[in-house]
Ligand binder design. Sequence first.
Ligand code: NAP
Length: 438
Amino acid sequence: MTELRTLKVALLGCGNVGAQVARILIEDADALAARTGARLQLSGIAVRNVNSKRDVELPQDLFTTDAETLVKDADLVIELMGGIEPARTLILSALSNGACVVTGNKALLAQDGPTLYEEADKAGVQLSYEAAVAGAIPILRPIRDSLSGDRITRVLGIVNGTTNFILDQMDSTGAQFADALAEAQRLGYAEADPTADVEGHDAAAKAAILATLSFHTRFALENVHCEGITKVSAADIAAAKDAGFVIKLLAIAEKLTDADGNEGVSVRVHPTLLPREHPLAAVRGAFNAVFIEAENAGELMFYGQGAGGTPTASAVLGDLVSAARRLVLGGPQRTETTTGHVPALPIDAAVTSYYIGLDVADQPGVLAKIAQIFAENGVSIEIMRQTIHRDAESNVESAELRIVTHRASEAALAATVEAVKGLDVINSVTSVLRVEGV
Ligand code: NAP
């Protein structure tokens, strides 16, 4: 039998994901060698503190704090430190040294992806990041490779497990946001500082990556309109439920034509009502899923664990084997060429349906006044439901109106809501939420 070539693998970071990657590299070395055609030798693990206790037992002599030296001598570098620096400098140094890089660092890719892709292209080496979006779910490679002969028109993703857990708790128990967040923190689904998750920043970073690959154009975080879930109330959830909807935080990237006929891509993250029969509505707890619409393939859905050390390590190892196999076979590495130049559309140009909750005076003619304002602004109403409430103390009656519109632009909807607020029969606009899948 011919001796297999050895490829040196440098691992940067040994936390939740890195420790599991190191374990699999050591435990499954023979199987990985058989699949790769080379032995993947873990040459070292860079960490901040070499003496910290790890989730798995690993040879102590692998650990170092000298990440720069470790990177210089590697054929493949796995970056699982997180954060912007020193991850960015180390990745750039690895790429310019000719090493292939695998990372799960969505924050860095969303902030400075173009610099990294360009360095990889220049050096002719592979930069892979399957783990950066939806953890274990193979989603980036299907978009980039399997669908490369098709045209993707729309991507809808539940790509943040923390917020999906919180919204699911609110939906199933009627809890308020703060109580559902506390439960998520107690169970380890949310961090002590949950800002990046609940404000939608984590999902926005993933939306930028999904949009870039789906539409062959580089989109950065600043192109993503982002709204989190902190303002979603138990009342919103209950009203949505009553109307046959569930509220999910969606990352959306879709091709649209704006009011002036210009084609572009709308990339956005916001709480969204979905009909309860939509496939994404069935995604419960901390699970993730990505729903894709393509011209020829039609509708596709990818579902699985969006986080966790071992599931995420699966995606990292997949990228590693793929990059190593290309090193073994020789020839040019797959680089991240983006051939499209579709502009990012501002949120005003987004076109979607809306759910609007109104607290109105219970008087004759109210519905007609409201319907007229919608018509004047070109927003057509699909469903309008009224529920009457009587205040037990004052005995005054008021009505709650729930309206679902047909697809309209954000600009038209905003103008409609402003005009409705000015009516003397309106006590308050209780909610304005976007709707998909109707
Ligand atoms: P983590 O548990 O916080 O581990 C980070 C590791 O990096 C630690 O071992 C730490 O060393 C090391 N490190 C941090 N800064 C360093 C520095 N300046 N120099 C040397 N080492 C440094 O992180 P994680 O949860 O494994 O996540 C890693 C990456 O994967 C992140 O980009 C994350 O966004 C991404 N990701 C994570 C998940 C998940 O489920 N956790 C899912 C998808 C993607 P010490 O141990 O010595 O402190």
